[in-house]
Design a protein around this ligand. Structure first.
Ligand code: ADP
Ligand code: MG
Length: 313
């Protein structure tokens, strides 16, 4: 068996276009491995192809070409074992509202052929902090409770890999914390976790390793430590007192772009230079600064940086 929990090679997905619309290539030949044991982040903006990739792992979407193996089992040649090795929490919450959490887990156990004696419904309810909701109707649960129940549901067959597709999209800060803790607990018990997110901060907090995809292509795949180091970038936006004819340049700037007749956007490394020094350099060019704002680098900035620096793999 290979070392990787999940191995993906040259994965391509082309959706047939509906009606007049042309076919859509959602994945354009993606290759990477998810190592065993950690928390792996698949990061990318909306429409990047994250759910497509996850749904291929889940057997819900047919790939166009490429190879995928899950816990050493090829998803085409050994579908049964591949499926048994993975639990998936989909992006959309779907439940039959008339079942109780306990019944939801028992039914799912039945679907996976887990013998009654080996079912862990009670234990899983405790693990996701829903023991006291055992017999409540699923429809009466809060959004957060439903998400936790979905995590338990994905774990009924005790897979070594748990995949969460945007577990915290649209949830409040409190619940996000709870879900993060739950992911940490499951991982501490030995479950390899893969999660997708479009929040850089979330991937940074939870994941040892981050792969970034955009427009169906893998942009990078690195230990979080390395990636975060590359993102020590900050952005300052300056409004000056005169039209900008020549864009000021300095080796201290990572980038300097004109955003309007009198607006400059400058990216710099916050470990190397301060905002005050950046402003000083602009003033040295003869500009007077009328207004200042700063922001942290976001995903878009990271893409610009990764693609412009040839760091892409
Ligand atoms: P993400 O989860 O990263 O937001 P998706 O995998 O959902 O991205 O979507 C990737 C691209 O594929 C998007 O352009 C989306 O519109 C398109 N897409 C997703 N599902 C379908 C589908 N069933 N039919 C056609 N196009 C789709
Ligand atoms: Mg998605």
């Amino acid at each position: 068996m290979s070392e990787a929990a999940i191995s993906i090679r040259n994965l391509v997905k082309e959706y047939a276009g509906e009606g007049q619309s042309p076919p859509k290539k959602a994945l354009k030949g993606v290759s990477f491995d998810v190592p065993q044991g950690g928390v792996f982040g698949l990061l990318g903006p909306n429409g990047a192809g994250k759910s497509t990739l996850i749904n291929i792992l889940a057997g819900l979407v047919m790939k166009t070409s490429g190879e995928v193996s899950i816990w050493g089992h090829d998803i085409d040649r050994n579908q049964r074992n591949a499926k048994a090795s993975i639990g998936i929490v989909p992006q959309e919450i779907v439940f039959d509202p008339f079942f109780t959490p306990f019944e939801v887990l028992e039914n799912q156990g039945g679907m996976y052929g887990v013998p009654k004696a080996l079912r862990r419904s009670e234990e899983l309810l405790r693990a996701v902090h829903l023991a006291d909701k055992r017999d409540a109707y699923a429809r009466s649960l809060s959004g957060g409770m439903k998400r936790r129940l979905l995590i338990a549901k994905a774990m009924v067959h005790s897979p070594p890999i748990l995949v969460l597709d945007e577990p915290t999209a649209g949830v409040d800060v409190e619940l996000r914390r709870q879900l993060w803790e739950l992911v940490g607990e499951l991982n501490a018990e030995g479950v390899t976790v893969v999660l997708t997110t479009h929040y850089l901060e979330e991937a940074e907090e939870l994941c040892e390793r981050i792969a970034i995809i955009n427009h169906g292509e893998l942009i990078t795949n690195k230990p979080t430590r390395e990636l975060v180091g590359m993102m020590r970038e900050k952005i300052i936006v300056l409004t000056v007192d005169q039209d900008i004819e020549i864009i000021p340049q300095s080796p201290a700037f990572l980038r300097c772009d004109k955003q309007g007749d009198r607006i400059l956007e400058i990216a710099y490394n916050k470990d190397e230079i301060t905002a005050g020094q950046v402003m000083g350099l602009i003033q040295d060019e003869g500009f007077r600064i009328k207004d200042v704002s700063t922001r942290e680098a976001d995903l878009e900035d990271v893409f610009v940086k990764l693609t412009s620096e040839n760091n892409a793999i």
